[in-house]
Design a protein around this ligand. Sequence first.
Ligand code: FAD
Length: 472
Amino acid sequence: MPSSPQTAAPVIVIGGGLAGLAAAEALVERSRDPVVVIEASGRPGGVIQSVRRPGWLVERAADCFLAVRPEAIDLVGRLGLADRLVPVEPAARRALILWEGRTVPVPRGFRLLAPGDLEAIRTTALLSAAGRERVLAEATVPPRDRAAGDESLESFAIRRLGREAFERLVQPLVAGIWTADPARLSMAAACPEFLQMEREHGSLTAGERARGAVGHQASGARYGQFVALADGMETLTSALWRRVSEAGVTWRHATAVAVTRDGPGYRVHTAAGPAAGEAAAAVVVACPAPAAARLLGGLSPPIADELAAIEYAGSAVVCLGFDRSAVGHPLDAAGVVVPRVAGRGCLAISFASEKFPGRAPAGGVLLRVFIGGALDPESAALPDGQLVERAVTEAREILSTTASPRLVEIARWQGAMPQYHVGHVERVARIRGHLADHPGLALAGAAYEGVGIPQVIASGRAAGFSVAGAHG
Ligand SMILES: Cc1cc2nc3c(=O)[nH]c(=O)nc-3n(C[C@H](O)[C@H](O)[C@H](O)COP(=O)(O)OP(=O)(O)OC[C@H]3O[C@@H](n4cnc5c(N)ncnc54)[C@H](O)[C@@H]3O)c2cc1C
């Protein structure tokens, strides 16, 4: 990608993933010039990567985003891609859970933690009679004292719904989204909506009733609210890069190693650049928290220490393409999630070709097998052969595949998913407090206030706007 000589000190954005690109767009909107994006990998988009194979469209990471928040939809509109949005296919707007060797639908109306349809709870094959009664009694469980502070998702779910619903329903749904350890995942950071429901309505059951959710058909992850881009998620980040580069933002393929102070501005040091670094009027650090911690260690030890304490989990996504005739399961859902207590070798299998059109050739089926996560880090690091063998075995035993896959694509994501552990909201508030001592320095990305695509866009835009007026 082209780079051009700069005259005035630029705003430097470190990291050209979605957050960094969103920050660059915000700077362009504020007519800030020059703006330079420094990116270690040589390609824009970060973890958002779509791969084309003849007839197949494979998402290596994100495959869709939540449309009920405005940020991603607005961005798609600005990029002229609105007509390329595709909703989840109606037949795939539900999730399955593997239980006792069978794939059982998530009870109708059940939203991650909240039972929206009590009739569906009464009849689900997923829970024992005692487990069903316990969920039905959720409305009688008193709310937790607010003063008690943050709580883990596991604690919240067991307290409100009972251990059985936690193990068989909540844990696998959550693992499929955050690849997290629910005993450490922060309710305040990951699921504030449900905490608020408990506070405002006394229970999740009452909260769901108040929002008129009873009778809603979609279950699990509210699939009707998700959309994808017909030509792959990467069209979002490549179009965003095109937009900002046409507006004059320049690109540097380099690894930033440090940010230091330079009068009222900063200097950004790169691995192969001049020792003195490059002057910047302002800096947006939009790389993952561990890299951000290393960059900022000299400038602000308190910020670096807080950033270094944000842990990451890894996972592997093994994409398998089959002939439809070689899959015994009807694939009548978005996918199947696997409870940890089932003791299997994967977190989930997403039915990619059933969720969105154009992911597989005619007569083909594309599955994405998720392996690893915070509770099983070794599996994500298995050698390729073993990883594929694991994925193929899981597909065979869970979905009754009967032949070898026609397509195999491995995507490894070591340390790619930030973990919002208990206390995360307070940690981010402390980081923001320390940032006040460093005008013109901003942080953006999935590490802070949401891992989903809309939240990451929001984070990048907020960071870009916050430094747009800085003069080094
Ligand atoms: C497997 C997987 C599946 C997902 N599925 C979904 C989904 O379906 N829907 C959804 O909404 N979200 C999903 N997400 C989450 C979402 O895609 C991410 O949170 C988001 O894309 C992260 O963007 P980012 O810019 O914060 O980070 P990244 O994409 O990690 O970008 C950071 C960039 O910084 C660069 N960098 C790092 N260090 C340096 C350095 N020192 N100098 C210069 N550059 C550096 C990296 O190379 C990278 O390009 C998924 C994530 C993963 C990993």
